[in-house]
Design a protein around this ligand. Structure first.
Ligand SMILES: C[S@@+](CC[C@H](N)C(=O)[O-])C[C@H]1O[C@@H](n2cnc3c(N)ncnc32)[C@H](O)[C@@H]1O
Length: 337
């Protein structure tokens, strides 16, 4: 939010200085100063996405009655969620997924390079099958012969392609996944559409707004089942040991305090989940975010629980493209015997 405010005043001063640069178009200004793209109208159902929705109120109440270490929030504190999450435009620039903050032409070229990179590794042909409609504020880029792409689409296909390379997902009789810190259900939606052998894709989160939105979004997309959302207060009833082949944690542990990360790792041990894919926010370290903003290495928690790193590679393995985007994250794949 602060970034957007700064950008606005910068744009205003740039315009008044008359420094000879080509003037910004209205579209440039819209792109640089709006958090979400409202050019695709919201469907009527989106009127349900308000903080007065009874289901959201119920989830907030239920979570506030729990006394669990997983609820020691840091980056996802109440004020960040209320100021930086517009429930109706949840696929725009929010705490869930970032987009880009450059002139649209620059972003468009970067997304084209990103799309070509993803296509080169897309063994399952997902770029031809999965689509992007730009709903709920998602910024999108269209290329002739390619259709429309977005960060949500490309990131998800890149993640599924990695899992396919490492675990040969498409060849398994069935796949059951636990997604910890699942956001609005981005990967659940894409996995359910990409692979018809996904028999359970279970999203869990400690932030009631994320639980609410993922529940709503996966239903809206017609992905439930196989995708489902289990609220934190019903975890014990609804999750059973030895039912998940894989747990994923995409950019979530990095945004939780150590106490929350440890709590989730204990759950994985109880549930006997033997594979875990983490994408942390930093390429070379697994760092939590504490309430005071400090960062703590959480890799010892994984070691103590018996999770062993079996594979690690950059999400963009071409260094020049990683630098250009820029996207320096890494996949960390763990196994536990
Ligand atoms: C950057 S978002 C990533 C969302 C999603 N994994 C994705 O990649 O689209 C971080 C997620 O972590 C969740 N989160 C924050 N604190 C958490 C906690 N203590 N336990 C589990 N999830 C948490 C947030 O609600 C949010 O869904």
């Amino acid at each position: 939010m602060k970034g957007i405010g700064r950008l606005r005043s910068l744009l205003d001063s740039q315009i008044s200085q008359d420094d000879g640069l080509p003037p910004l178009t209205d579209e440039d200004r819209r792109y640089l100063t709006r958090l979400y793209d409202d050019s695709v109208p919201l469907p009527v159902e989106a009127s349900e996405l308000t903080s007065e929705n009874p289901r959201l109120i119920e989830l907030r109440d239920a979570y506030s009655r729990l006394d669990l270490p997983v609820l020691s929030l840091s980056r996802w504190n109440r004020s960040a969620v209320s100021s930086f999450l517009d429930l109706r435009w949840f696929r725009g620039e929010t705490l869930f997924v970032w987009h880009y903050r450059e002139l649209p032409r620059v972003s468009q070229l970067k997304y084209f390079v990103y799309a070509r990179y993803v296509r080169d590794r897309d063994e399952l042909g997902l770029l031809d099958r999965l689509t992007e409609d730009g709903l709920f504020g998602c910024w999108t880029y269209s290329f002739r012969g390619w259709g429309r792409v977005s960060r949500d689409l490309l990131q998800s296909i890149n993640e599924i392609s990695y899992l396919e390379r490492q675990l040969k997902l498409s060849g398994q009789p069935s796949i059951k996944v636990l997604d910890i810190g699942a956001g609005y259900g981005r990967l659940g939606h894409r996995m359910a559409q990409a692979l018809d052998n996904v028999s359970d894709y279970c999203c869990v989160d400690a932030v009631p707004e994320a639980t609410f939105l993922s529940e709503w979004y996966l239903r809206y997309r017609g992905c439930s089942p196989p995708a489902r959302v289990v609220s934190l207060d019903t975890l014990d009833e609804q999750l059973a040991p030895r039912t998940f082949d894989l747990a994923v944690n995409m950019h979530s542990f990095s945004e939780c305090p150590l106490a929350a990360v440890s709590w989730w790792i204990d759950r994985l041990v109880e549930l006997q989940v033997c594979r875990l894919l983490i994408i942390p926010n930093e390429p070379d370290a697994l760092l939590s975010t504490e309430g005071d903003g400090s960062r703590v290495d959480f890799s010892p928690v994984l070691d103590e629980a018996g999770f062993e790193l079996v594979h690690c590679e950059p999400v963009i393995s071409d260094e020049a493209i990683a630098e250009l985007l820029p996207l320096h994250d890494r996949f960390y794949l763990y196994e536990r015997l």
